[in-house]
Design a protein around this ligand. Structure first.
Ligand SMILES: Nc1ncnc2c1ncn2[C@@H]1O[C@H](COP(=O)(O)OP(=O)(O)OP(=O)(O)O)[C@@H](O)[C@H]1O
Ligand SMILES: [Mg+2]
Length: 457
């Protein structure tokens, strides 16, 4: 459970690497140091033992001189000198204690047998002793052996105390490394847990949750994206909420007027003409309601559907739509002109694209004067492909231009106006344009006309 935490995993992994490195380094260093100290000591005593064997060579036949000289030489070194004859009996001892005794150690035997120096280490009680021997040669004959025994306990102790110090330093280094690791581990993983917490609060419904992480690395980028995402989620939710409020409001008004009209019919005695008049009003409201429901269904469909692009002939599609509008155009005598060249092919979701054109032409007719026109044209400028729907209508006031694509937005807020729709047409248009990743802009002059420019990406 605890090991599931990233910071702890990291700390242990790096900690282990550090420990192994430190221990390995110390081990190698100590080993080398100890070896070096002993080598140095050996070389020193090797030169002593050789020197003495040379110096004493001529005294081998003169025991008194030998016994005199041995302690003298012995004083110059830190150790005890013995001189043995070729049978291994002590003939001279620096301490004058074991003269006449036979010594049989492997160093001595090796020096006699091989005519060369030999050395070995021994442990006596708490002392470490080095024994070093060299043959005394006369005309290539072994006539005796010089033996030096010296304590190496101080070297052992020296190495041991160094080893203790190194161990102490390693422990401190490892502790510092761990503290640093835990610290940096926390620094790396803290933003991760911040992000996790923030994600969880989003999951619980707090959509606009942000994290305050300002870093330039990948985690910083992740935090930035996270904040943007959470903001988008919030906006999306806000839009949905506003949409529902608007829908309820739009449904409430016609329903209320239908109810008022019917109640007044129920509550009083009326002649047939009044009935007719009131019911016509009811009929208008019901038309408005069914128009609204139709638009809402179109919006709902847009939410679900993905777009399915295919090539289509622009001129022909627009011709078909214009034919649909004939009854409407006759009413106001509006002229719809298709100025697109006949061979233009564009790639779009056919069904949705038609919806866009239908809505734009519908507006162009609805908000037009009598005998006006609606003109659809296609233009290519450099690499830009533009479809333009222009009308000779009433135009849109400047302050409304940015709002007409919002859902349920109408310039003329009063529903009295016969031609007024529900204000959802351009909302659908914008959604379809966004789905295609195109763009749409509006230019309008009050009293003169309006043009919608769709830039086909
Ligand atoms: N060509 C135009 N000329 C003048 N005003 C326009 C034009 N197109 C849109 N508008 C204004 O923008 C508003 C929003 O248009 P939109 O098409 O979204 O809604 P609507 O036409 O009122 O209703 P719906 O299209 O849902 O039946 C309109 O109410 C109108 O005031
Ligand atoms: Mg419309």
């Amino acid at each position: 459970m605890m090991f599931n935490k990233l910071s702890i995993k990291m700390t242990f992994l790096y900690g282990l690497i550090i420990i192994i490195t430190i221990v390995y380094l110390i081990f190698i260093l100590m080993f080398k140091y100890e070896d070096n100290q002993f080598k140095k000591n050996e070389i020193e005593y090797l030169s002593y033992v050789n020197m003495f064997s040379n110096l004493l060579k001529d005294d081998m036949s003169n025991i008194t001189s030998l016994i005199d000289k041995t302690p003298e030489y012995g004083k110059s070194i830190d150790g005890r000198i013995l001189v043995l004859n070729s049978d291994g009996y002590v003939i001279s001892d620096e301490y004058n204690k074991i003269i006449g005794e036979k010594i049989t150690n492997k160093e001595m035997t090796s020096s006699i047998d091989n005519k060369e120096e030999s050395m070995g280490y021994y442990k006596m009680d708490n002392e470490y002793i080095m024994i070093i021997t060299a043959p005394i040669l006369q005309i290539n004959e072994v006539v005796g052996v010089v033996l030096i025994s010296t304590s190496v306990t101080h070297i052992k102790q020296d190495v041991q105390s160094l080893r203790n110090q190194a161990a102490g330093i390693s422990v401190i280094a490892i502790i510092i490394a761990f503290v640093l690791l835990i610290f940096t581990g926390k620094k790396i993983t803290k933003p991760v847990s911040k992000l996790t917490d923030a994600s969880q609060s989003i999951l619980k419904g707090q959509l606009n949750t942000k994290v305050d992480i300002t870093r330039k690395d990948e985690i910083g980028k992740l935090a930035l994206t996270f904040n943007k995402m959470s903001e988008e989620l919030y906006k999306l939710d806000e839009n949905r909420r506003r949409f529902i409020t608007n829908v309820s409001h739009e449904l409430k008004t016609p329903l209320a007027s239908i109810k008022a009209l019917i109640e007044s019919l129920i509550n009083s005695k009326n002649d047939i003409d009044t009935y007719n008049e009131y019911l016509t009003d009811v009929n208008v409201e019901i038309d408005r309601l069914s128009g609204l429901v139709k638009s809402l269904l179109a919006v709902a469909r847009l939410e679900e559907e993905k777009i399915k692009k295919e090539p289509m002939n622009l001129y022909l599609e627009i011709q078909r739509i214009i034919r649909m509008f004939e009854p409407l155009t006759n009413e106001k005598n509006i002229n719809i002109i298709n100025k697109c060249k006949e061979d233009i092919v564009i790639v779009a979701d056919k069904y949705k694209f038609k919806e866009v054109i239908i809505n734009l032409i519908d507006n162009g007719i609805k908000y037009n004067r009598d005998n006006g026109y609606v003109e659809i044209s296609y233009r290519e400028k450099m690499w830009r492909k533009m479809l333009i729907v222009r009308d000779s209508g009433q135009g849109i006031p400047k302050e409304d231009i940015n709002l007409i694509f919002d859902n349920f937005y109408r310039v003329d807020k009063s529903r009295k106006n016969e031609k007024g729709g529900s204000g959802i047409g351009l909302y659908i248009v914008k959604k379809i344009i966004d789905l295609h990743q195109w763009s749409i802009t509006v230019n309008s002059q009050l009293g003169k006309g309006t043009e919608f420019i769709i830039e086909i990406g």
